[in-house]
Design a protein around this ligand. Sequence first.
Ligand SMILES: Nc1ncnc2c1ncn2[C@@H]1O[C@H](COP(=O)(O)OP(=O)(O)OP(=O)(O)O)[C@@H](O)[C@H]1O
Length: 121
Amino acid sequence: MQRFFHNVGYAVTGIIHAVKTQRHMKFHLVAAAVALTTGAACQLSRVEWIILILVIAMVIAAELLNTAVEAVVDLASPDRHPLAKAAKDTAAAAVLVTAVAAVVAGLLLFGPRIWEVVGGG
Ligand SMILES: Nc1ncnc2c1ncn2[C@@H]1O[C@H](COP(=O)(O)OP(=O)(O)OP(=O)(O)O)[C@@H](O)[C@H]1O
């Protein structure tokens, strides 16, 4: 049990490191807060909440993995190397894919509701 709490502590340390060092992570957290607040205002259904939470977790997990890849690459290859570039660019692409999916999911979830409020129908 003590080991479990130690591991949770290491994971929290990792999250704090990513938030402190990655400006994109700060942006993802602000976007997640906005999405959760909007979700509460829109009174999402249970399934919609599950989708929203999974999408947010997916983006943040991808950014955490990207941070880990960047750290390992910087450690293993301080000098420029095509493989280091491939690793960093591919990890960044993973974040981009999840972020685009999150934006599309957000538009599908909130778009019609916001459109209603704004007066489109
Ligand atoms: N060791 C390296 N060898 C070759 N190309 C690299 C190397 N390090 C970084 N790059 C290239 O420069 C880009 C920017 O690298 P950087 O280390 O600034 O990471 P980043 O993705 O911009 O992260 P952040 O903006 O969060 O600091 C990488 O995506 C990659 O294309």
